[in-house]
Design a protein around this ligand. Sequence first.
Ligand code: ADP
Length: 546
Amino acid sequence: MEPSRHLEILHTVASALSRSLDVEEVLRTALAALTHVTGHEISSLHLVAADGSTLQLRGDRGLSERLRGVNRALPIGEGLIGHVAASGQTLTLTAVTESPLLFAAARDAVAADGIRGFVCVPIRAQGRILGTLSLGRQVPEPFTPAEVQLLEATADQIGVALDNARLYSELRRQLEELKRTQAQLIHAEKLAAVGELAAGVAHEINNPLTTILGEVQLLAMSAPSEEVRDRLRVIAEESARAAGIVQNLLLFARVYPPQRTLCVVADQIKRVLGLKAYQFQLDNVRVVPDFAPAPPVWADDNQVQQVLLNLVQNAHQAMRAARGRGVLTVRVRPAEGAVRVEVLDDGPGIPPEHLPRIFDPFYTTKPPGEGSGLGLSVSYGIVSEHGGRLWAENRPEGGAAFHLELPIAGPAPSSAPPRELPLPSRPLHVLLVEDERRVADVLASLLKSLGHTADVAIGGRDGLARVGAGAYDVVFVDLKMPEMDGREFWAALEVRAAPLARRTIFMTGNPRSPEAQAIEAEGAPVLGKPFTLKELAAVVRTAAQR
Ligand code: ADP
């Protein structure tokens, strides 16, 4: 072949390859260009498979079915082509069937196809062997050194093109990941905003709930009949339920520092199921709770709820997407040294090839906006931190099963059981510092029903003004007030009447907030709003003893 013809071939291959950044297209283009321009040759292209030990036939021109079958997968280091892939050396043969390197199975196929001359060159990129390019011909003339050089030059072009395609797809993958991370950040920001909102709303809702619950309890004391008392009880229970929902919202919306306490897992599940009850009803999800008595675990209940919510949420989404209905079974069982929770759904299950990856961060099969891929990885982290285990499998009857095990609590850490204090012998004189008149009034009436007397101060300044006037046994102060908040009031009280500061009870709609926790850590009692008469009686009794 003329040297100018060689140049033309190389130019055709190179320009065809430079137009493509897709691996499959690179391979197709390379083979087409090569055989089209060289004419009668039989060509094949192999690439090293992901396992690193075999070569896979990725394209050919002119191979018979039989020869294609023999060539489909070749071990690296064996046979003609495998040898080239291992050594990186070009192999040229004039009578291919006579080569001792040829596989016995291939020999018959090669002979049947009448192939005589053979040349195989490695495809390289950045010093690595990516595969091989082979040509065979039926005519007796051997491949000339110029033709071999041409093939080598072509293989180099293919190597560069494959490497470009790899870089390009890597770049695309990174870009996709960047996009996803960005979406997750936006999601996280949104969550933080929702948390802020929930905290504000909780405060606003808890005050009216405190009034409702307080008034109902007062009414119940003077109810004329059992029937009226029953109705009032329904109002009280429903107010308590509303308060529970608000507390749940707060727990999920805000991230609190982990705090381990004795935690009854079934109670946490009930909370989570309560939070999802409405959505389950809308989406035809039937919940089957199946709780056997189990010992408590030593855990951060907020984090345990987060894990359970993730599992329940995933099951819900899977069932909704697959069938628009479903049955969610949640089991609690004592296990050896642990409490086992099983969250079982009857959705589509998890494809076996996804199973090993579902706990990876950012692994999601859900459309953007619906899944962040963080739920299970965060859950896994929490459970491991607790010394527990979390794993998943598919149920034989269909659907997914998530298993969670938390180690049961050892002997309780040294906190002594709360001492049951005797009721104070005399009625107490209480100062109530609140920014909402109705909350203060109902609280005053409740205290009166307990045999105490109460003065109401609206706001911290009014409260401080009254401290000088009356001799108080106990002070109630709302933590969150405009102008002077509960903590500022407390600090000022400490200066004016230190013994009374020690008998101050804080009230808050959000007892799990960092502010409330800090106050509790300093030894002051914190009463969550709304509260029952019983809780009120207990906290007054304790504070008066200080
Ligand atoms: P996300 O829910 O944001 O996708 P997760 O880490 O919670 O992130 O879950 C990762 C993936 O695990 C999901 O995208 C889904 O493919 C799979 N998965 C989790 N729970 C289930 C389930 N109950 N049924 C089927 N697939 C599930």
